[in-house]
Design a protein around this ligand. Structure first.
Ligand SMILES: Nc1ncnc2c1ncn2[C@@H]1O[C@H](COP(=O)(O)OP(=O)(O)OP(=O)(O)O)[C@@H](O)[C@H]1O
Ligand SMILES: CC(C)(CO)[C@@H](O)C(=O)NCCC(=O)O
Length: 428
């Protein structure tokens, strides 16, 4: 794959704007990582941003949807050199588009590069305009990217796609992505308690402060006070990488999803030491512990009679999942307590929309806070960083979001634009 000519994503003084008015998730509420419809997007915005983490690469990219007549007109315009745009502004309408979300394993970065190349995303389009150009490569072509891999793999992107990586701070991006989703997207946040999922309506005037817990390979805990106002107040190295890494070693599972699926058939009583195991089947009611409470994760495996082979992989997976999820829930609560926060939003790909993971985290937060704090989850859990990087293109930062008022598009702070989110009293 040779680097291709790029004519679209480059630094310029023009200011195309991201228009998230009427942005919404289209499709089934159960879709895992649904695309986000941007029906009013008319400017030609940058098309691709990446979050290259320790385990996964996340992509957020924009594609226009046009009817055939507009597409034909576009092709004609591109063949007529001055027809593409009028100065920096297009002279024909682009009828909305979608934000798409895709992920790849970081260890298989070449698959990601092939995907970008096949869709010509590095050239500014989902197979649309870039393919018609035969210009020489533009040295200023950039892709916004965040995460440690934006440093580690910058040379590879230059080599394979001919583009430079413009690095954005990962915590900045996580917060920008979370704030965007919470403010602009209806049906994004939800609670998950004992198998019951319930969407939460966000009152954009009463969103801050909150604790954002991003569970990736490792875990970052960020106190968010507003757009661009935050502090990473805690973190833990016992995260998604711990579950997947230890789980792989102990069960020989070949993929994360296989490990997760295995846990659903597990029984952790064979591996975990319960209060009842210690107290002869009795509760320890004086300190509020029932006989079935886990006293020590994996505590039962100290038996000298059994080796690893003597335990079922499904039991190990469940025990491990519970240990990691519960621990993160508990630390999150303690961090929230330290800063007087009651709302905790969890993101990151460890969650994977998995019911047991979310229930365990919710239980830990509820139990330790005595119902004072609430765990909430995000449908685009693993894409916060990629979304934040997407919005960081200098042309459409937070201040540049557009909202239609009386038919006129205006740059507008994000805080005011969620017409869908009705006022809601938080349950806490
Ligand atoms: N297909 C998958 N392959 C590997 N891990 C997966 C997969 N799906 C979910 N995971 C889980 O998601 C975690 C990675 O989450 P995420 O992509 O949010 O973090 P990251 O950006 O890679 O990590 P970090 O931010 O710490 O660099 C893994 O550690 C694992 O627990
Ligand atoms: C190092 C990062 C920020 C990389 O995404 C993440 O993996 C993390 O937050 N790890 C936890 C590190 C700690 O605070 O102990």
């Amino acid at each position: 794959m040779a680097p291709t000519a790029c004519n679209c994503i480059h630094r310029s003084s023009s200011r195309p704007q991201l228009d998230v008015s009427k942005a919404e998730i289209r499709g089934n509420v159960e879709d895992k990582y649904p695309s986000i419809l941007l029906p009013n997007q008319s400017d030609d915005i940058s098309h691709l941003a990446l979050d290259i983490g320790g385990s996964l690469i996340k992509l957020a990219y924009f594609s226009r949807h046009e009817d055939q007549s507009v597409r034909d007109k576009r092709k004609r315009s591109i063949n007529e050199p001055m027809g593409i745009s009028n100065g920096s502004r297009r002279s024909y309408p682009i009828l909305g588009g979608r934000l798409h979300f895709v992920k790849f394993e970081t260890s298989k970065i070449n698959e990601c590069l092939d995907f970008i190349y096949s869709k010509q995303l590095h050239c500014g389009g989902d197979g649309l305009e870039s393919c018609y150009s035969s210009a020489v490569p533009d040295q200023n072509s950039i892709i916004k990217a965040t995460g440690g891999g934006s440093y580690k793999y910058a040379d590879l992107f230059k080599e394979r796609l001919g583009v430079s990586i413009d690095k954005e701070d990962e915590i900045d991006c996580l917060v920008a992505g979370a704030n965007f989703l919470l403010k602009a997207i209806h049906h994004e946040a939800f609670t998950h308690i004992e198998g019951q999922k319930e969407f939460v309506q966000i009152d954009t005037n009463d969103l801050f402060p909150y604790l954002l817990v991003n569970i990736g390979s490792g875990v970052s805990m960020i106190k968010v006070d507003g757009d661009g106002k935050f502090e990473r107040v805690s973190g833990t190295n016992v995260g998604g990488g711990t579950y997947w890494g230890l789980g792989r070693l102990l069960t020989k599972c070949k993929s994360f999803d296989e490990l997760l699926e295995l846990s659903q058939k597990g029984d952790n009583r064979t591996t975990d030491m319960l209060v009842g195991d210690i107290y002869g089947g009795m509760d320890y009611s004086k300190i509020g512990l029932s006989a079935s409470t886990i006293a020590s994760s994996f505590g039962k495996t100290i038996s000298e009679k059994k080796e690893l082979e003597g335990y079922k992989p499904e039991d190990i997976s469940l025990s491990l999942l519970r240990m990691v999820s519960y621990n993160i829930g508990q630390i999150s609560y303690l961090t929230a307590l330290q800063f007087g926060l009651k709302r905790i939003f969890f993101g990151g790909f460890f969650i994977r929309g998995h019911a047991y993971t979310m229930d365990t985290i919710s239980f830990a937060v509820h139990f330790w806070s005595k119902g004072e704090a609430q765990a909430m989850f995000l449908r685009h859990e693993g894409f916060l960083g990629a979304l934040g990087a997407f919005m960081s293109y200098e042309k459409h930062g937070l201040d540049d979001f557009m909202v239609h008022q009386g038919g006129i598009s205006m740059a507008h702070p994000l805080g005011d634009l969620n017409e869908k989110a009705s006022a809601r009293s938080w349950n806490i």
